[in-house]
Design a protein around this ligand. Sequence first.
Ligand code: SAH
Length: 371
Amino acid sequence: MKDTALALKLKRLIERDGPLTISEFMRHCLSDPEHGYYMSANPFGENGDFVTAPEVSQLFGELLGGWTLNLWREIGSPSHFHLVEIGPGRGTLMSDVMRVLRLSPACSAAVNIHLVETSPRLRKIQEQTLAARPPLNAAPTHWASHIGEIPDDAPIIALANELFDALPIHQYVKTPEGWFERVVGLDANGVLCFGQGPGPQPENALPEAIQTNSAEIGAIFETQPQGDALAQTIAERLTRQGGAALFIDYGYVRAAVGDSLQALRKHKMVSPLEHIGDADLTAHVNFESLVRASATGGAQVHGPLTQGAFLLKLGLLERAGALGAGKSHAEQERIRNQVERLAAPQQMGDLFKVVALSAPQNRLSLFPFDS
Ligand code: SAH
């Protein structure tokens, strides 16, 4: 296979500076300013590499819109609040959420919309998607590169779907001498390969679940310091400003060993060391770690629930029924298929998890987590 421009660039970098950690490798593959996946590719939809829940069906964004509206009321219907989406992709989720917020003139008047996006290319697509809808009020939509840029003068409601899986992870491999960081280097033929970095890691630097784990030689465990730091930052903002956040992603609820680094291209799994910069590279999210980081930031944590349970409790079937009412048989069948994809256990229903954070001062019993 011919090397991509980014593969050649990474090889030169490795020749010069030595192997890359998995975290550095992911960061280059996804965010290299010239050739990174999110900077240049068109990832979403049937013609892209993967389909996310908001792209599967408008039902997803509408239910999240209902959740947002309900939450705004729960925190006392503030006359000014920031609705923030982090990693908004094509802007489809925000667009569907806005359609629901429009049902409440008071909420529509109160909202300030912020999209936190690192890819200039995706920002353009988001602008187009949102321009196709009448704005909710006179306030312009803001784009930011980091949550730190969101004003701190009002409560925040933050949404993030499939964001954390795109943030770089570190991997460690068990050897007879202990755990070594996993790296990407070059083999004798100059081909990219996985290898062992410096080590072993000091025992007490490892997560507790791993210290006590009698993992086999060759086992891999992962950490996600960047994702955890983001969750903690959001939790701190909520604690200062009030409000809540909703994180939806694929992942696991208990820390465990396993290699979840995966590359997806045109809906097929490929090796993470091929199609460099042309394939989506993700890892499963460790929700145990995300929940701990959120609690460290001061937030009250609700869940995790599976995506299936979450959407069903929010009224997925009722909303699907209303959407299909009076439509053709084919259209009703299409909606039924969307419901299956979003909520069936063997599809997205079980693998995807949902957690919510809320500001401790709001003391929310948060629907549908705590009921
Ligand atoms: N939420 C969308 C897209 C998920 S893909 C959907 O469900 O369809 C991941 C998104 O996160 C992309 O928009 C990507 O550009 C963005 N992203 C990646 N790293 C980011 C970061 N550190 N901060 C903000 N956005 C990021």
